[in-house]
Design a protein. Structure first.
Length: 157
């Protein structure tokens, strides 16, 4: 994890589908540029196997993930909390940005439906990365002096 990396907490009811897929996608796409956590208000006993299959299709293994209970500490220590269907059960703390992503619940859904949910989450995660990531520093404009003493941009040659 890099110093001062923004932190994101994904929250859904069971922490077995949507929030796990979102956390895995953000971790995969952002690496250590963003600290990622997920939790549920009523955690399930295991990750949704159809969500595991949908993520495996895009090369992301979530078989070792386990549903975790949402704590006030997890919320308070996050810069952004993204809720996914848990309504008002997420604790509110000043200084934390909250967003609600309206997503279908993959529980009990066939793989083709979970794929669409995964792809919707992936698009939102990419946008989130763009929003949270610091822009790359500008490339310094380099100059050289030619034989006559005139400056010319090295970048233009």
């Amino acid at each position: 994890m890099t110093d001062n990396a923004p932190s994101v907490l994904f929250v859904c009811v069971h922490n077995a589908g949507r929030s796990q897929m979102a956390a895995a996608l953000l971790t995969h796409l952002a690496g250590d540029r963003i600290e990622v956590r997920s939790a549920g208000t009523e955690p399930a006993g295991q990750i949704n196997p159809v969500a595991v299959a949908a993520m495996a299709e895009v090369g992301i293994d979530i078989t070792a993930a386990t549903p975790k209970v949402l704590t006030g500490q997890a919320v308070q220590s996050s810069d952004v909390v993204i809720t996914m269907g848990c309504g008002d059960t997420c604790p509110f703390f000043p200084g934390v940005a909250y967003r609600d992503w309206k997503l279908d619940d993959p529980a009990g859904q066939p793989l083709d439906v979970v794929r669409r949910i995964r792809d919707d989450i992936a698009a939102r995660v990419r946008a989130l990365i763009g929003e949270l990531s610091c822009p790359a520093p500008p490339t310094p404009h380099r100059h050289r002096v030619d034989d006559r003493g005139d400056q010319a941009s090295v970048d233009s040659h």
